[in-house]
Write a protein that binds this ligand. Structure first.
Ligand code: ADP
Ligand code: MG
Length: 354
């Protein structure tokens, strides 16, 4: 099967600014792919090149195996949904969705049929005769989606489409979009700076920083096995502890404290050990600890109640460790000032270099 979109060595410069640097990426047909990264990292530029609003300075960009070259947006089998979706206020939902087809001079029966199908997809058939101001924010966003889907694109490009919505609505729309994508089966390329959004919705995520694509993987891989300090730090909460490599199975934390962690880095290299707070368990000093687990002793310096979880700061020779324990019935609480042993699995320990 050909990939939906392939970028090879794509670089985009605006004068002296390198917005996107030597990007290699293949997005599969039917995939929900997210480009994730902080503001200014080159996500929108990448999307605009796929859409045909910008052209690569160098490199190759293909859609379904076809080199796009200088092909304009309307000649590409793609459509874009933007954050500011600007519906026509004086037109009904139906007219908004059908407007592009009218401009393309399609017949009215054909337009009606396609508009109906697009409105079905976003579950807005019952609001076809409403005007945008009679709709909620979420419904307006769905009209914007329908307006793109009505063109029957092979690839739908979405640039932070939920950015203007409040949190609850955004979360509801995330699930809705994911459902919609699975139903219609077209390729979605979704740009966001919101890591939760990317983790929730995507089949795969590409993490970008400063124009570079740092890591591509399924959400679980990106979250649990970050390959760089940036990706570890950008996605979720994480402990980053300085360490020195001893051998392929061992690193030494500060305080001359060896732990098990697999690494390809050479002995003596300075690295960073990355561990998620929920991977730690706190033990009493006299409690038996399972074989093979990493451990370090420390003093609880802070405990924060967070409803579903407790956050602990534990002062250890390797630095302050933030641990997160679920607020389960019967959970044992540690008090500030109490000694404890922080325990975690070698497999939950990612070793990253700069
Ligand atoms: N038309 C342009 N002219 C000059 N610089 C641009 C232009 N578009 C984007 N840039 C620059 O390229 C970089 C990446 O921008 P962008 O792709 O919009 O990032 P993101 O969408 O990840 O926030 C930024 O430094 C931005 O200022
Ligand atoms: Mg952007």
């Amino acid at each position: 099967m050909t990939d939906a979109v392939t970028l090879q060595g794509v670089t985009k410069q605006f004068g002296d600014v390198v917005a996107v640097c030597d990007l290699d990426l293949a997005i599969a047909d039917g995939e929900f792919f997210s480009l994730l990264g902080p503001s200014g990292c080159g996500k929108t530029t990448t999307l605009r090149m796929i859409a045909g609003f910008e052209f690569p300075t160098t490199g190759s960009l293909k859609i379904h195996g076809q080199e796009m070259g200088l092909e304009p947006p309307n000649k590409r089998p793609v459509n874009t949904v933007f954050q500011s979706y600007a519906l026509f206020p004086h037109m009904t939902v139906e007219e908004n969705v059908g407007f592009g087809l009218l401009m393309k001079k399609l017949g009215s029966a054909d337009i009606a049929e396609r508009v109906k199908r697009a409105l079905d997809m976003v579950q807005l058939t019952h609001r076809a005769a409403a005007t945008p101001k009679q709709l909620s924010g979420g419904q307006q966003q769905r009209v914007a989606l329908a307006r793109a889907l009505v063109n029957e694109p092979e690839v739908l490009l979405l640039d932070e489409p939920l950015g203007a919505l409040d949190l609850k609505l955004r979360q509801a729309m995330q699930l809705e979009l994911k459902d919609l994508q699975e139903r219609v089966g077209i390729t979605f390329i979704y740009v966001t700076h919101d890591q939760d959004e990317a983790l929730t919705m995507s089949d795969r995520i590409g993490v970008m920083n400063e124009g570079e694509l740092l890591q591509v993987g399924v959400p679980q891989e990106i979250y649990e096995h970050p390959t760089s300090r940036f990706v570890a730090d950008f996605i979720g909460e994480i402990n980053l502890l300085p360490a020195v490599v001893v051998d392929h199975e061992t690193v030494r934390l500060l305080g001359n404290h060896p732990i098990s962690a697999s690494t390809g880095a050479a002995s003596g290299n300075e690295v960073t050990v990355a561990i998620r707070p929920e991977r730690f368990e706190l033990y009493d000093l006299d409690e038996p600890i399972p074989e093979g687990m990493n451990r370090i002793e420390g003093t609880v310096s802070r405990r924060i109640y967070h409803g579903d979880v407790f956050y602990y700061d534990v002062d250890t020779p390797a630095g302050v460790i933030e641990a997160k324990e679920e607020n389960r019935p019967g959970v044992e609480l540690y008090e500030v000032g109490e000694r404890t042993i922080v325990v975690w699995a070698p497999a939950a320990t990612s070793v990253v270099q700069e």
